[in-house]
Design a protein around this ligand. Structure first.
Ligand SMILES: Cc1ncc(COP(=O)(O)O)c(C=O)c1O
Length: 457
């Protein structure tokens, strides 16, 4: 059969609430034109993020009842620990409530004034956690990966030449670790090839610098390797994932993505001394080492999620459903970041709205319009998230790309929901000349995109 179907049937449903455009206008204005400020029940299709929005399976819900809530030595922790050990090979598993808590612990130990941490592209919380310690976060993405219309297999790859130059210049005294984010969320969810993972690891090793993966979407990345990298087509995704981890000394993980859970994360390392330091921070900020930031039932569901995410029927459906949305938007002439990534479609807002300059935040304007037109909540990934502006001096530094991310929650929406999204984007695309830019009315000192407010120009 040619038709790829959702590899599950629906057992429990949650109604959607339909409201009018007029009602949405009032709601959006009240939220200061920031979609993070809107109540979820006022959203029809929520594509704000794929993080923590997964629908859990019957097996996971069943597992939650079996979750062991013991403060110390919880059986559920040992199940998760075994699963992560088996998959990653890392010796020490430090459970946290989500990915950024793992980042905070890691960079509190390895970061600090004068330190430099390279990555293909740091996610916003990773960058913020590094910068909060006084260290510098450096992105080393390939120049061609910055061209949204260019199609290539592994646009998430690390720029190895740039990495080598950085390592040569600063060495292990200034560079405490090299990171690689798989898939590269901030660069449109593009995958990283096994060859690039291996070469990045070898380069780091040749300078005696530890190599870490930001492994949030390791399974989606592994599946892309199977689809696109010669020599991997006949390997099981689990085997590919194991190989990815085998090159690293540790990883940070947000279980809210490829852990298929609503909450959870971990830091995993081989280095016993590093693990000891991490545990000391963990008990103060998260919890005892056998639960960290999670309840017993969360640990249990996470262990099961790591099993389910490697099922190839699931990954085939997952990657294909993102491509389906991307292909239909492309057919309509909507400029998107090519090729479709692993968890989301990124609309190229700069090309979609060429009449709105970067300092008038085209991505934010487009995200608001998608909400007004069809109740779709998306996320600006452009100059609001990554740019910098100073209203006093008038200095404005734009982001490299102006994108709007349509992130697809795992196992939540059906094909007809996605068809509705396509129709909504098409409607906005047809009347795009009427959309106006925005200005920031209020911004907080860090991670401004979460709570900033805007005014329409
Ligand atoms: C690549 C990447 N790293 C880290 C994080 C942070 O994870 P969490 O949201 O669980 O704190 C995210 C979340 O979206 C992410 O996409």
């Amino acid at each position: 059969m040619k038709t790829i179907i959702e590899p599950f049937k629906i057992k429990s449903v949650e109604p959607l609430r339909f409201i009018s455009r007029k009602e949405r206008e009032v709601i959006l204005k009240k939220a200061g034109y920031n979609l993070f400020g809107i109540r979820a029940e006022d959203v029809l299709i929520d594509l704000l993020t794929d993080s923590g929005t997964t629908a859990m399976s019957a097996r996971q819900w069943g597992g939650m009842i079996e979750g062991d809530e013991a403060y110390a030595g919880s059986r559920s922790f040992y199940q998760l620990e075994k699963k992560v050990n088996d998959l990653t090979g890392f010796r020490h598993i430090i459970p946290t409530h989500q990915g950024r808590a793992a980042e905070k612990i890691l960079f509190n130990i390895l970061g600090g004034e004068g330190k430099i941490i390279p990555n293909n592209t740091h996610f916003d919380t990773t960058r913020a956690n590094i910068e909060l310690t006084g260290a510098e976060a450096v992105d080393l993405i390939l120049p061609e990966a910055m061209v949204p219309s260019l199609k290539a297999n592994f646009k998430g790859n690390m720029d190895l030449e740039a990495l080598e130059a950085l390592l040569e210049k600063f060495g292990p005294k200034r560079i405490p670790l090299v990171m690689l984010t798989v898939t590269n969320n901030s660069n449109a969810g593009q995958p990283v090839s096994m060859e690039n993972i291996r070469q990045t690891a070898e380069l780091a090793k040749s300078y005696a610098i530890p190599f870490f993966l930001d492994a949030c979407r390791f399974a989606e990345n592994a599946y892309f390797i199977k689809l696109r990298e010669p020599g991997y087509e006949n390997k099981a995704v689990e085997q590919i994932a194991r190989e990815m981890f085998s090159y690293a000394d540790g990883c940070t993980m947000s279980g809210k993505k490829d852990g298929l859970v609503n909450m959870g994360g971990f830091l995993a390392v081989n280095d016993g001394e590093l693990a000891q330091k991490a545990h000391s921070i963990l008990v103060v900020t998260e919890g005892f080492p056998t639960y960290g930031g999670m309840a017993g039932h969360d640990l249990q569901a996470f262990a099961i999620g790591l099993d389910e995410v490697l099922e190839e029927d699931y990954l085939k459906y997952r990657i294909r459903s993102i491509a389906y949305l991307g292909e239909h938007l492309t057919e309509l002439g909507v400029p998107i970041f090519q090729p479709p990534g692993g968890h989301a479609i990124y609309i190229d807002a700069a090309s979609f709205l060429p009449h709105i300059p970067a300092h008038e935040y085209p991505g934010q304007a487009l995200a608001c319009e998608l909400y007004l037109n069809g109740g779709i909540r998306s996320c600006e990934i452009g100059s609001v998230m990554f740019g910098k502006s100073d209203p006093q001096s008038g200095i404005f530094e734009p982001a490299t790309l102006e994108m709007v991310r349509l992130a697809i929650p795992r196992r939540v929406y059906t094909k007809s929901h996605i068809d509705y999204v396509i129709e909504c984007v098409e409607g906005v695309f047809k009347t795009r000349e009427k959309i106006r830019g925005m200005r920031i009315a209020y911004e907080p000192p860090v991670l401004r995109h979460f709570t900033a407010t805007f005014e329409s120009l």
